[in-house]
Design a protein around this ligand. Structure first.
Ligand code: ADP
Ligand code: ADP
Length: 229
């Protein structure tokens, strides 16, 4: 699904150059669940943002679903982002003055999905994330774990092929965090590709492969061994 070849990213601000990524090579297969780990500042978020078409790169090749992303203009990238990628962030990033149901519905508005279809899909997602009983609540009325469940709901409502999660449990206690990880694992079982940035080895144990970054370079890669049940 994803192929990065010799990707480099250089930030320039106030006369300072930071090489955030240096010659990164990475492949993600369809249906895979990949964790990206490494110390703060090693380039994890930059890598995730490039994969999510939220950020550009200076050098290298990025192929997403057989398409060279350097050939696309902003508009074409926006369409891919809306139709094919769901995002989950550490800080939930819900819209404060929209209800749970409205937050989840928002991506379908952007995709101009007809109203009746939107409502039907929102009900399905509320059910999937067990938030039907809170559909008219506002984010401030929810616990962190519930807010992240809504954020996952918003990410999956358009049935994206890929979910990108940046420290999805970073602001949650362990029970809420496990709940979110189980949701991501379940989505992956159902065929959604997941790429997650995390500091937590426990969270990474839900994935199938761990890539480690250090100073903008991939330093190791290993498969996660899942104990047989
Ligand atoms: P991580 O997610 O692993 O903590 P980041 O991808 O956020 O790392 O950052 C990688 C490096 O790039 C860091 O040195 C960071 O300071 C730098 N960086 C990130 N974003 C910017 C930016 N917008 N402008 C300048 N430097 C940045
Ligand atoms: P659910 O029915 O989905 O399990 P609950 O209503 O039982 O959710 O709440 C789960 C947790 O979130 C509880 O610990 C509850 O105290 C907390 N919580 C719910 N609403 C708020 C709120 N407005 N502020 C802070 N914590 C809340």
């Amino acid at each position: 699904m994803i192929r990065l070849h010799n990707i480099s990213k250089i930030y320039r601000s106030q006369g300072v150059e930071t090489r955030a990524l240096n010659d990164v090579d990475l492949r993600v297969q369809d249906g895979e669940f990949l964790s990206i780990m490494g110390p703060s500042g090693c380039g994890k978020t930059t890598l995730l943002n490039i994969i999510g078409l939220l950020d550009t790169y200076e050098e290298g090749l990025f192929v997403f679903r057989e398409q060279d992303m350097s050939l696309l203009d902003e508009k074409a990238k926006l369409i891919i982002r809306k139709e094919q990628i769901g995002f989950v962030f550490q800080n939930f990033n819900l819209i404060d003055d929209l209800t749970v149901a409205e937050n989840i519905e928002l991506p379908l508005h952007y995709l101009k999905v007809p109203r009746s279809e939107r409502q039907e899909r929102v009900l399905e997602v509320l059910d999937a994330i067990s938030m039907g009983h809170r559909k008219d609540f506002f984010p401030y009325q929810l616990s962190g774990g519930q807010q992240q469940r809504v954020a996952v709901g918003r990410a999956i409502v358009s049935k994206p092929a890929l979910i990108l999660a940046d420290e999805p449990t970073g602001n949650l206690d362990s029970a809420q965090g496990n709940d979110i990880m189980e949701m991501l694992a379940r989505l992956n079982d159902q065929g959604t590709t997941v790429v997650m940035v995390t500091h937590s080895s426990h969270d990474a144990s839900y994935s199938q492969r761990i890539v480690r970054l250090m100073d903008g370079e991939v330093t190791s890669e290993k498969k996660v061994l899942h104990a047989p049940f």
